[in-house]
Design a protein around this ligand. Structure first.
Ligand code: PNS
Length: 169
């Protein structure tokens, strides 16, 4: 079919990229909101070999799959390489990112401008829910490592995985 409206037949895709070591309620909020705006949301766990994480990539993927299953249109995978190549290979025209505070903006703007210059992929910024404006995976790991309560900051399966991992360290 051609003509006005026929472009709607193509699935609208977006990607939420990150390290997700581990996924927090802040990430989940952004992924959930993206999942209401797009037909398919790809969550890309980007592999950074120079950064040893607390969780293996496969563990991060499993946790993200578990906590995003309720959305029904989220696909989770890892990728080693440029985010724009992930997008090109899957026909994804948009990157969705959360902006927590002005301090995020400088670097995020640089990446967005680099990515559109490299490949034409757009970046859309979503304001983080103020409840999570201070939240990052690094802070969650640090607080949890010292026995602080992070139960309101991460989904339940992540809390369990954190407890398990930190007990064994
Ligand atoms: O959760 P993070 O670590 O803040 O996410 C940063 C990430 C993974 C989204 C960013 O570093 C990235 O896109 N890396 C993939 C490699 C790449 O495309 N680099 C060029 C960015 S302009």
């Amino acid at each position: 079919m051609t003509g006005p409206g026929s472009e709607g037949l193509q699935l609208r895709r977006a990607v939420c990229p990150g390290s997700f070591d581990p996924i927090t309620n802040g990430h989940l909020d952004i992924i959930g909101r993206a999942s209401r705006l797009y037909d398919v949301v790809h969550v890309a766990v980007m592999i950074n070999q120079s950064k040893k994480g607390l969780f293996e990539i496969d563990e991060r993927i499993e946790l993200i799959r578990e906590v995003t299953a309720e959305f029904g249109n989220v696909q989770v995978e890892s990728f080693h390489g440029l985010l724009v190549d992930f997008c090109k290979q899957r026909d994804i025209p948009a990157i969705v990112k959360g902006l927590r505070a002005v301090s995020d903006f400088d670097y995020e703007l640089q990446m967005a401008q680099m990515n559109i210059g490299l490949s034409g992929v757009e970046t859309l910024f979503v304001p983080t829910n103020p409840t999570y404006s201070f939240l990052s995976s690094s802070l969650v790991k640090e607080v949890a490592a010292w026995g602080g309560d992070v139960s309101h900051l991460v989904p339940e399966p992540v809390l369990a995985a954190l407890g398990d991992r930190l007990r064994r360290k």
